[in-house]
Design a protein around this ligand. Structure first.
Ligand code: ZN
Length: 101
């Protein structure tokens, strides 16, 4: 279930990702976008491993959609690629963050 939620999240973000990728021809923009999506995968793997260890899905502490986005944004900002992304890209991330709050 979480897997599908996660997939939906990534699909829903494609327009945003495309915007960020259009916003510059800097390869770090793309690397940083992938870092954002990677954090969603890490969150998904955490849930899956807890389920594999026998935890009840509905009793596992989970993040809301907005919190998952904020975690991914925090992660991508801490990624090495972020400092080399374009100014326009960083503004797009700031805008994306502001709509999550
Ligand atoms: Zn996201």
């Amino acid at each position: 279930m979480y897997f599908y939620t996660s997939l939906f999240c990534i699909t829903a973000e494609l327009p945003q990702s495309q915007e960020t990728l259009r916003s510059g021809d800097n390869k770090y923009n793309m690397i940083n976008t992938i870092a954002h999506e990677y954090k969603h995968v890490l969150d998904f793997l955490r849930i899956r491993s807890l389920i594999n260890y026998g935890f009840n899905y509905y009793k596992i502490s989970q993040y809301s959609d907005k919190n998952r986005e904020l975690r991914a944004i925090e992660y991508q900002r801490s990624h090495n690629s972020y400092n080399n992304t374009t100014t326009k890209y960083k503004k797009t991330i700031d805008r994306y963050e502001s709509i999550q709050k």
